[in-house]
Write a protein that binds this ligand. Structure first.
Ligand SMILES: Cc1cc2nc3c(=O)[nH]c(=O)nc-3n(C[C@H](O)[C@H](O)[C@H](O)COP(=O)(O)O)c2cc1C
Length: 334
């Protein structure tokens, strides 16, 4: 079983990939989507989305990162894949799942799920444009309004030459509402000639086991669950291998959050407070302690004020003697 870290625009950036893959359990990451219009994307944009390109397309802990392209123009998807390929990414993933109105109105993301033929042609254009050593993968949902075209979509993705297919087991209309319909992926996974990766609504190791079982997939992709429970991938790997696992404690988690936010201090002045609050919202799903901290930071704007709250909470939650693993986490440079 492999575990992939899902692409999440505005949430999982390079520093977050470094943090999460550093905690173990992940086999691959995908960048936030890079929008393709009728223009050639300059190299610096690819480097901005994936600073890992300067390190062989790997996170600091050696996990491959694929660039994700999003767009409906077959010719420009191919041309931009060719220019991305010159930077030697580990792979290129194509986004056919984004439900955003802005994205869909500009002919990209899940709106393309209504046109399996074009999905296949985009995959083929990207595949033909890049060296065979670079993997090309696709990410879809079950469909746009229903899953009637799912088989056709999967067939076209495979015929287009993709080496793997990730399926977010909801339609565009379902957006992010639970449940995810893992069992609807089974007929695809059972007859697919390429690996199919199950995604959607996996928040704990038990759900991971059920998602794998119901979908018939061997691999899974974690999105919001990865941000709610920082060591979810390592925990799932341990459970799947029948090994005991000691979950991260709240002080360990808070230490990682502070370390991540410190690594982003050179960005927009509001970045620390916005990302800090956003992450605390995800963390509340798994750590009850995150709720109180969120309430203390929710009206703060300045990075220094946010850090003061986080560090006060961290000091209060620490045992008198720090555990060796905590010292390691707090001194780790992301
Ligand atoms: C805030 C946010 C941003 C996302 N950005 C992307 C993206 O850039 N590319 C993509 O393919 N999927 C994107 N997704 C979808 C996720 O990759 C994933 O398919 C979805 O969240 C379902 O998985 P989950 O239930 O484990 O979160 C995004 C989802 C969220 C919530």
């Amino acid at each position: 079983m492999r575990i992939l870290l899902a692409p999440m625009e505005g949430v999982i950036d390079a520093q977050m990939r470094a943090v999460l893959t550093g905690l173990g359990g992940y086999d691959r990451c995908v960048t936030e989507f890079i929008r393709v219009t009728e223009q050639i994307i300059p190299d610096h944009v690819f480097h901005r989305f994936s600073p890992e390109l300067k390190q062989g397309g790997l996170t600091p802990s050696g996990v491959p990162v694929y660039l994700q392209l999003l767009g409906g123009n077959i010719k420009y998807m191919g041309l931009n894949a060719a220019s991305a390929a010159k930077l030697e990414p580990q792979g290129i993933d194509i986004n056919f799942g984004c439900p955003s109105k802005t994205v869909n109105n500009s002919d990209g993301g899940s709106v393309l799920l209504r046109e399996p033929q074009r999905v296949g042609e985009i995959v083929k254009a990207v595949r033909d444009a890049v060296d065979p050593s670079i993997s090309v993968t696709a990410k879809i949902r079950l469909g746009f309004a229903n899953s009637d075209l799912l088989e056709d979509l999967a067939d076209k993705v495979i015929a287009g030459g993709a080496s793997e297919l990730a399926i977010h087991a909801r339609t565009k209309e379902d957006r992010y509402k639970p449940p995810a319909y893992w069992n609807k992926v089974k007929s695809i996974a059972d007859r697919s000639t390429i690996p199919v990766i199950i995604n959607g609504e996996i928040w704990n190791p038990e759900q991971a086991g059920t998602a794998l079982g119901e979908s018939g997939c061997n691999d899974l992709m974690l999105g919001r669950g990865a941000l709610a429970c920082l060591d979810l991938a390592a925990n799932i790997q341990a459970q799947q291998n029948g090994q005991a696992y000691t979950a991260m404690t709240w002080p360990e988690v808070l230490t990682v959050v502070v370390g991540y936010l410190r690594s982003t201090e050179n960005r927009h002045p509001m970045f620390v407070s916005n990302r800090g609050k956003q992450w605390l919202v995800f963390l509340q799903m798994h750590y009850p302690e995150a709720k109180a901290v969120f309430h203390q930071v929710k009206r703060l704007k300045r990075a220094a004020d946010v850090f003061a709250v986080l560090e006060t909470n961290l000091a209060a939650s620490l045992p008198l003697t720090q555990s060796p693993s905590l010292i390691k986490l707090s001194t780790k440079a992301y």
